[in-house]
Design a protein around this ligand. Structure first.
Ligand SMILES: CCCCCCCCCCCCC/C=C/[C@@H](O)[C@H](COP(=O)(O)O)NC(=O)CCCCC
Ligand SMILES: Nc1ncnc2c1ncn2[C@@H]1O[C@H](COP(=O)(O)OP(=O)(O)O)[C@@H](O)[C@H]1O
Ligand SMILES: [Ca+2]
Length: 556
């Protein structure tokens, strides 16, 4: 039989007032008691504001600790503020640390200290809260942490030590911390060495590139352990069991921002502590039946590929390199010719033009994005994946000259664009939004880009089209007849030369930006793997209405 959580109700002292405190297994509530209703012994009289009430979900309590009496003084500053009389009447106390919501999806750790007149009562409260916290099985106890000391503004180590480690310690989470010494250190450690059984999750401190390393390490390891061949584009991949936490310390931090609603290290650490879980789609990228990379956020050819390639040479500028290269590449205004073929997700709930957004507890993601009758749980288990051949019918093809070809398997919201590249994309529906920006004037492209930062629809432009897809392929124009040259072997400069010399080529070549890494091939095949990984996040929580109104629309 399931053990019922113990109920506790007491009158406890807090901030010069007496409160009715209640713990019922789901909520901890404390409510001020009017002075005339107080039953606690003692001669304390306070003019009370009646009815101040607070409540905290037990699932959002981080820790409880007793405050120890030591020669009449306590180890917490607040004790000093209490009068001698009060200290005598309520000599025992315990502090509950819990999640408090601030503006714009920011979470903070807040403390409340309750004072008791009896030691046994104080013990009972501490033990009961601890029991209820122990019963929360989704919380991690032991984590493997990787810190990229060179991500973003090179603050990763300091952010972890000052803001995150104390919270993990407060929540009794033990950690093994590795500060990376070179690129792909974390990926290779996860792939081959890490004793994953010891851990309840992996945390990365860094940006999207660092997160991508963790994803590659964990996904590759999981496939190898299960005998799955990553090189086959049709292969159904095995989902990873360990959750990943992101402590944002990078340049774009889009994966953190789009799954939590803010890029704030404390907020992310608190989502890890409470044991949140958010499944996420992962795209696998192949070239000629050879696995290239996984992508979780943006796969971008043309504008975003060029921005990334240019910005890599300016890493010393930190996050500002993207603004510099973005401006430069906007002025360059290159377009690229090729063919995009794609398998539309016709059987899915939702479209890229929806006004609704993927938010915490998203209905569409809970059903793997599947449009099904809903009368059988089993039906959702047969959701099509990239490996299901029967879905290979009905491909569409678009040929032409493009300024940008972007695939966003999530919104890609980030501080630069709070609604993202594809505002209605879903984190875990098994699809990616393929955005094709055809050649247009600089002015129109600017209008399109600026709409990423306003409430206006960036897809509502004649030169932009967007498709929700399960798979797609891109073939640059020069590959449509000949076999593609290997960009890595022959170098991009050679390509530009061939392109200039070749009468059929009207434009230069770009490269793919895959979550901040340049791909070595332009001709790629991409498939979405529904919910392949899980994050310590819950999706963006709905905001109170008054906060939403704080962002007025801007039209261009
Ligand atoms: C004139 C106003 C223009 C405003 C346009 C804003 C559009 C921004 C959309 C950004 C989407 C970002 C998608 C995420 C990409 C990251 O994976 C990648 C690597 O991140 P990190 O490892 O943290 O460095 N970031 C980028 O490719 C940067 C793109 C920025 C382009 C301006
Ligand atoms: N110790 C290290 N030295 C150099 N590069 C590293 C190190 N650790 C990780 N990297 C690489 O740095 C790149 C950028 O990291 P990231 O944390 O995403 O920062 P940013 O958001 O600024 O790009 C990643 O591709 C990652 O592989
Ligand atoms: Ca998706």
């Amino acid at each position: 039989m399931e053990k019922q959580p113990r109920l506790l109700a007491s009158q406890l002292f807090l901030k010069n007032s007496v409160f009715e405190v209640l713990l019922n297994g789901v909520l901890l509530t404390w409510k001020e008691i009017p002075a005339n209703k107080k039953v606690i012994s003692g001669s304390i009289h306070h003019p009370l504001k009646v009815g101040t009430s607070h409540s905290v979900s037990v699932s959002e309590i981080l820790a409880v600790r007793e405050l120890h009496v030591d020669g009449g003084t306590k180890d917490d500053g607040r004790w000093q503020k209490m009068s001698q009389k009060l200290t005598e009447a309520y000599p025992y106390a315990f502090t509950v640390s819990y999640v408090e919501r601030a503006r714009q999806h920011r979470w903070r750790c807040s403390d409340v200290t309750f004072h008791c007149s009896e030691w046994a009562l104080c013990q009972q409260w501490v033990q009961t809260i601890r029991e209820q916290l122990t019963a929360l099985t989704s919380r991690p106890k032991h984590l493997l942490v990787y810190i990229n000391p060179y991500g973003g503004k090179q603050q990763g180590k300091c952010i972890y030590e000052q803001k995150v480690a104390p919270l993990f310690a407060c929540a009794s989470i033990s950690t093994d911390v590795i500060v990376t010494e070179h690129a792909n250190h974390a990926r290779d450690h996860l792939k081959t060495e890490a004793e994953l059984k010891k851990y309840d999750g992996v945390v990365c401190v860094g940006g999207d590139g660092m997160f991508s390393e963790i994803v590659h390490g964990l996904v590759s390891r999981t496939q190898r352990d299960n005998g799955v061949d990553q090189n086959s584009p049709e292969e159904k991949l095995v989902p990873c069991t360990l959750r990943i936490g992101i402590i944002p310390a990078g340049s774009t931090d889009c994966i953190c921002y789009a799954t939590v609603g803010i890029n704030d290290p404390v907020t992310s650490a608190l989502h890890v502590i409470v044991g949140d879980s958010q499944p996420m789609d992962v795209c696998s990228v192949h070239h000629n039946n050879t696995f290239l990379r996984y992508s979780v956020s943006l796969l971008g050819y043309g504008f975003y590929g060029d921005v990334l390639a240019d910005s890599e040479r300016k890493r010393w500028m930190g996050p500002a390199r993207y603004d510099f290269s973005g401006f430069k590449k906007f002025l360059t205004h290159h377009h690229y010719e090729g063919a995009v073929s794609f398998l539309p997700a016709t059987d899915t709930l939702g479209t890229p033009r929806d006004k609704t957004r993927c938010r915490a507890g998203c209905f569409i993601c809970q059903h793997d994005g599947q449009l099904y009758s809903g009368d059988s749980q089993e039906e959702s288990k047969t959701a099509p994946d990239v490996s299901d051949r029967e879905y290979e019918v009905g491909w569409g093809v678009v040929r032409g000259k493009f300024l940008a070809i972007n695939a966003a398997s999530m919104s890609c919201a980030c501080p630069r664009s709070p609604k993202g590249l594809s505002p209605a994309a879903h984190l875990a529906d098994g699809t990616t939004d393929l955005i094709l920006v055809r050649k247009c004037s600089r002015f129109n492209f600017l209008r399109h880009l600026l709409r990423h930062t306003s409430k206006d629809d960036q897809f509502d432009m004649t030169f932009v089209e967007v498709h929700r897809v399960r798979r797609f392929r891109f073939t640059p124009r020069h590959c449509q007849n000949d076999s593609e040259l290997d960009l890595r072997e022959n170098g991009k400069q050679l390509f530009s030369q061939i392109c200039r010399d070749h009468p059929a080529c009207s434009s230069a070549y770009s490269s793919w930006n895959c979550d901040g890494e340049i791909l070595p091939h332009a001709a790629i095949e991409v498939g979405v793997h529904c919910q392949l990984i899980k994050l310590f996040a819950r999706g963006i929580e709905e905001q109170p209405l008054f906060e939403d109104l704080a962002n007025p629309p801007c039209a261009l």
